[in-house]
Design a protein around this ligand. Structure first.
Ligand code: UDP
Ligand code: MG
Length: 331
């Protein structure tokens, strides 16, 4: 069984040789057949030269250089396209992920799961990263149903077939296990040692919290409603539309009655704030329904491009009967 490591690199020149050395040592110790893909995500330091040197000295090392900084998800995607292994690891280039954990990932994979996500139980990151990360993990686990302690961990491993079904873009790399689980792949977790960053600095600031939350909403929508967007948008639209409609109808009836009954003070609709709220609800409902229909139109249009299901196994059929005939027991 061959394993690949895909490593996104953005200005990590000092770490690359050490990281390569560690992977090589682990590979040798456990007798793995392995290869490494370093993806230079538009580094402006010496990273690419280091990658070229490593690739020249060892044929198991490949480098891919992106034309500019496209972000970690794009870098990983470029790496998945060229990685050869049946099992694909992702790890960060900054030496925070320890390659000696690779065997532990493989042990969990053997229990029958398809994705193993690392869990940095003891983290060596500043508090302003660890705190929001806890909240984020709890939210992702609740909203998506994929219960992991550490969705953000860059150290993960996958069966390679998964990448035939998942398109990565933006910053969705954190959610590969969630996207995979939505298609029926099984997800496991393993506790990993986490090390403090030795060289360079983190590429992500506090902006990641807001972006992460927006991505979570996107992933919730994509995993739950990709094939049926109107069920989400339309449901919200109908609620708005009918509550707006009911309010307008009630107000109209009240207006008519109050004008016909001398004992009541006549109601003028334009003087009531609630009237305007009702109109807003009606319009909003209509808009949500329209957005839902547009989304359905796009889904219908794309239905041929991506299968809405994922096949685990086949039994019988042509392949099996051919094999039978070869063995001579087909007639
Ligand atoms: N990275 C990348 N492109 C980017 C940002 C980061 O390839 O635009 C890489 C970076 O070189 C590192 C990994 O993604 O290997 C994780 O980044 P970092 O260590 O800065 O994140 P943190 O550990 O602080 O969450
Ligand atoms: Mg890091």
């Amino acid at each position: 069984m061959k394993i690949s490591a895909v490593i996104p690199v953005y200005n990590e020149a000092e770490s690359l040789e050490l990281l390569y050395g560690e992977i090589q040592a682990v590979g040798q110790e456990h007798g793995y057949e392995w290869d490494v893909v370093f993806v230079d995500d538009g580094s402006t330091d010496d990273s690419w030269r280091k990658i070229e040197q490593l690739a020249e000295s060892d044929s198991r090392v490949q480098g891919v250089r992106l034309r500019r900084n496209f972000g970690k998800a794009a870098a990983l995607s470029a790496g998945f396209d060229v990685a050869q292994g049946e099992i694909v690891f992702t790890l960060d280039a900054d030496l925070q992920d320890d390659p000696h954990e690779i065997p532990h990932f493989l042990e969990v994979l053997e229990t029958g799961v398809d994705v193993v996500s690392g869990w940095k139980k003891v983290r060596h990151d500043p508090w302003h990263k660890v705190g929001p990360s806890r909240v984020f993990n709890a939210m992702v686990s609740t909203l998506t149903g994929v219960r992991l302690h550490d969705h953000n961990c860059g150290f993960k491993c996958y069966r390679r077939e998964i990448f035939e079904e998942i398109d990565l873009y933006g910053e969705l790399h954190r959610f590969i296990p969630v996207l995979a689980a939505a298609r029926g792949w099984r997800v496991g977790e393993v506790v990993v040692q986490h090390r403090a960053r030795e060289f360079g600095h983190s590429k992500y600031g506090v902006g990641r919290i807001v972006k992460g939350f927006l991505d979570l909403l996107t992933v919730y929508f994509l995993t739950g409603f990709r094939q049926r967007p109107q069920h989400l948008l339309g449901a919200a639209g109908l609620i708005c539309f009918f509550s707006g409609g009911a309010l307008v109808a009630g107000l109209t009836a009240w207006r008519v009655v109050s004008h016909l009954t001398p004992a009541l003070e006549p109601l003028h609709l334009h003087e009531r704030a609630i009237f305007y709220y009702s109109l807003t609800l009606l319009l909003l409902g209509g808009q949500l329904l329209t957005a839902g229909f547009l989304a359905e139109l796009m889904t219908a249009h794309r239905a041929r491009e991506q299968r809405s299901y994922s096949i685990k196994q086949h039994a019988g059929g042509e392949d099996a009967s051919n094999q039978k005939q070869e063995r001579g027991d087909g007639n």
